[in-house]
Design a binder for this molecule. Sequence first.
Ligand code: HEM
Length: 206
Amino acid sequence: MISRYIERFSTRERVLHWFVTVTFFTLLLSGLGLYSRLFTGYFNLFGNGINAILVHKIAGVLFFVSSVLLFLDNRTRVTEFDEDDREWFRQGGGYLTREDSNLAVGKFNAGQKMFAVFIGLATLILGITGMFIWAPALFPRWIVQLSLMLHGLMFVGSIMFVVVHVYLATIGNPGTLEAMLWGRVSRAWAKHHHPKWYKEVTRENQ
Ligand code: HEM
């Protein structure tokens, strides 16, 4: 009997994704008080500011490594944009109309690809600038100043992208979260959201 479900993510991919998520939110909570005085109250979550900085450094290293691995796992799928992706952009991903769009979407749509590439780049910039900020005495002042600016900018950019990502991956598109929780999605979901990928995997399995 044909199963109602098809596999979307392996256990390794899911563990990596949730590891990135936990470290990302740990960085957010421990870093807010460093970003602005308005948020120093968040230091209390870690006991005090010194502890928060220590947690930020540890989570920073863990986020960097896991996020780079997540990106490398998907690198060909998220960096290659084809004619179907250009059509996706032309039609605004089908979000601008109530009509059913007939977009040919592969494993990830062009918006997801853009998100994954942005997070990959942001991870590199946050990691490199984080190192300069970690040991400011070892580097010229202008490098540390520029790093502080870029670190803040990438933080704001990432959080904006992640808010949209979490919405679209949960209540925005019911059935999507299952992919990252259990590793599988229903055939109906796959046909509707990623028809080109659905054809690709079902042909492979025949
Ligand atoms: C509570 C927070 C989060 C939830 C509920 C969530 C949920 C999901 C789900 C369901 C998918 C699979 C989408 C699909 O099958 O089409 C996914 C993919 C992905 N997530 Fe998350 N995620 C969260 C946080 C994050 C964070 C913090 C990052 C990175 C900083 C991230 C990076 C990614 C990437 C790179 C992918 C694969 C490509 C893409 O969908 O763009 N996620 N996420």
